[in-house]
Design a protein around this ligand. Sequence first.
Ligand SMILES: NC(=O)c1ccc[n+]([C@@H]2O[C@H](COP(=O)([O-])OP(=O)(O)OC[C@H]3O[C@@H](n4cnc5c(N)ncnc54)[C@H](OP(=O)(O)O)[C@@H]3O)[C@@H](O)[C@H]2O)c1
Length: 314
Amino acid sequence: MSILVIGGTGTLGRQIVKQALDEGYQVKCLVRDFRRGAFLKDWGAELVYGDLSIPSTLPLAFKGVNIVIDSATVRSTSSYTSERIDWRGKLAILEASKLAGIKKFISFSVLNAAKNPSIPLMALKLKMEKKLEQSGINYTIFQCSGFFQGLISQYAIPILEKQPIWITSESTNINYIDTSDVAKFTLRSLALKEAECKEFPLVGLKAWNSKEIIQLCERLSGQAAKITQIPLGILILLKTVTGFFEWGTNISERLAFAEVLATGNNFTAEMQNTYDIFAFDKNDTISLESYMQDYFGRILRRLKELSDEKERSL
Ligand SMILES: NC(=O)c1ccc[n+]([C@@H]2O[C@H](COP(=O)([O-])OP(=O)(O)OC[C@H]3O[C@@H](n4cnc5c(N)ncnc54)[C@H](OP(=O)(O)O)[C@@H]3O)[C@@H](O)[C@H]2O)c1
């Protein structure tokens, strides 16, 4: 079976590529920059050029492919809008999939998208879910919460670098999940009849709020965080101002996301049904504690080595 991964250079995509190759699938990755995708080629994937912002570049990549796994999304630093990538680009890959007679299409949506239509990216994800359901293609949609990996830049690095962490007075709980666990469910769904034409929530075992994550990082790093609380009113004002400018559209969307988080909507879901269907033992999932322990352990060891080297050279 040949898999086309779209978004293979991304946080989740790379885990999917790695596990798919380990399981013996032939993997093609649609990339817009061969240099950025070079590590995927080193792992054994074939690279094909394609850019979601230019639909005409897409169809060629689908040649000889049975399965499409789409883990692409607009980058927060991108000059493109989410509408261009996560809607028009996605419609183009759905069309190309139909034409190529794709047997299975896996897509990633956002948990609670239906409850938050005011956030443009969530509204697009929801529209895309509907399009897939109506497409006639055999699909599986995973509705994810946040990924562990995003917490490194949000909390761990600022604590290590003694930079301020901006939080609101939120009490929102989020069941973050490790992308390697998401990849495991993704690979299992490929041969699972019960996963055909269905949506599944896919979140971690435990819910965390910002303060708990900061406390965990403080404990593991042995350093105190510099916390700056931002009032909700300022967040809304910033969102409105950035939304006026084209360059600020993605920032404005992220701030809209932050606003939803600040108003206490929890991003949690009951997972038992998903575990049962995928025959997944919840004790096999990676906890945030062990993920962070591993991260800080590696970084602190490296910092110690660098400091020892410096001392020896004096
Ligand atoms: N991150 C989260 O916490 C979270 C939460 C819920 C759901 N999700 C969903 O999970 C999926 C994976 O998210 P992620 O965080 O792993 O994404 P990510 O790390 O931001 O990666 C995005 C991927 O999309 C690719 N991409 C962006 N624009 C493109 C374009 N014009 N043409 C071709 N490729 C393009 C990027 O390629 P380049 O390397 O070339 O930029 C990259 O491979 C997405 O569907 C996302 O919405 C994520």
